[in-house]
Write a protein that binds this ligand. Sequence first.
Ligand code: NAD
Length: 398
Amino acid sequence: MTKVLAVLYPDPVDGFPPKYVRDDIPKITHYPDGSTVPTPEGIDFKPGELLGSVSGGLGLKKYLESKGVEFVVTSDKEGPDSVFEKELPTADVVISQPFWPAYLTADLIDKAKNLKLAITAGIGSDHVDLNAANEHNITVAEVTYSNSVSVAEAEVMQLLALVRNFIPAHDIVKAGGWNIADAVSRAYDLEGMTVGVIGAGRIGRAVLERLKPFGVKLVYNQRHQLPDEVENELGLTYFPDVHEMVKVVDAVVLAAPLHAQTYHLFNDEVLATMKRGAYIVNNSRGEEVDRDAIVRALNSGQIGGYSGDVWYPQPAPKDHPWRTMPNEAMTPHMSGTTLSAQARYAAGAREILEDFLEDKPIRPEYLIAQGGSLAGTGAKSYTVKKGEETPGSGEAEK
Ligand code: NAD
């Protein structure tokens, strides 16, 4: 019997289902590049429902049970006694979400003797040791594009929140105050600033497009320069060297995946080269910056603010220094798991499972690794060089 093991975040503290604010969500059929949103044979949920938590089960229960598949859903993922680690050795498929990642380290992959497919319900498969997955011939797939715009929208909001000093101003009101001088002592306009984006893929492009109307100077760093027409349309300046770019920006948005080249990209040395008071927005992965270097740069005033929804490890421990550092606009990992995004990535997980169970090829754009090497989107966005692996998943164990 095929077994699918899904690791999802816990239900809302006030119970499941939550009381929904809206009755429906807009129907989106295509992504900005013209590709279609997921096209499973069917779905057993109403778009807009909470699907990403344990009771939501990504809306897969009815379908998988109808196929005679054993479906185990848990949020218990830490340590050898967790449901995740106990069920893993007999699982054929693992589904995990970056928001509540089940870290598939090389050790765990070694123990997962039946594992054939690791699905990321969302985008970003750095919680899977891709070298180990390749060594064991495990397919890694994610629901490409499902939440790229969700994240881009949030990053623009976070950038504005930092530059306009929104959160401290809001806190003044909450505390019964009206001190405008305090509220504005760190508030600026975004207009005219130089904003850099690292990684002009699906999220990065969407951020650049959304920032254009703000009248900012847009610069970007990316593995491959974008076509002339895109650069001209958005007024972009390309920096082949990220270190040269960060010297000139007033704000930078990280939108590249976590892999060896982006691990701790922002450390003390790089932060010291930035303009004093520059802002950093990072919804990519927490480990693309050096955790303590960010705290030091905020404390010294070298950077003006830091906002992100990605931490390391996840969930972040209660004493994580980013919870208490100054001039932050942090949230739990949530920008890519809006109810709107969940409808797409749950349908995408279903589409991938349908293909897997029926022995059909998985959409190439969903593939990160297959047949022992990077594939599809993974081949364009990640690197897996022996000895240069992203240390991410291994460190989580510590
Ligand atoms: P994507 O694959 O479309 O784009 C990533 C881009 O980064 C690619 O164009 C790639 O060429 C570029 N890149 C890779 N390495 C680089 C490097 N060293 N320097 C510069 N550019 C580099 O992926 P996407 O959909 O835009 O997502 C990007 C990342 O965002 C994901 O891998 C994930 O880590 C993160 N993400 C976060 C959330 C969230 O909820 N916070 C949700 C989705 C994705």
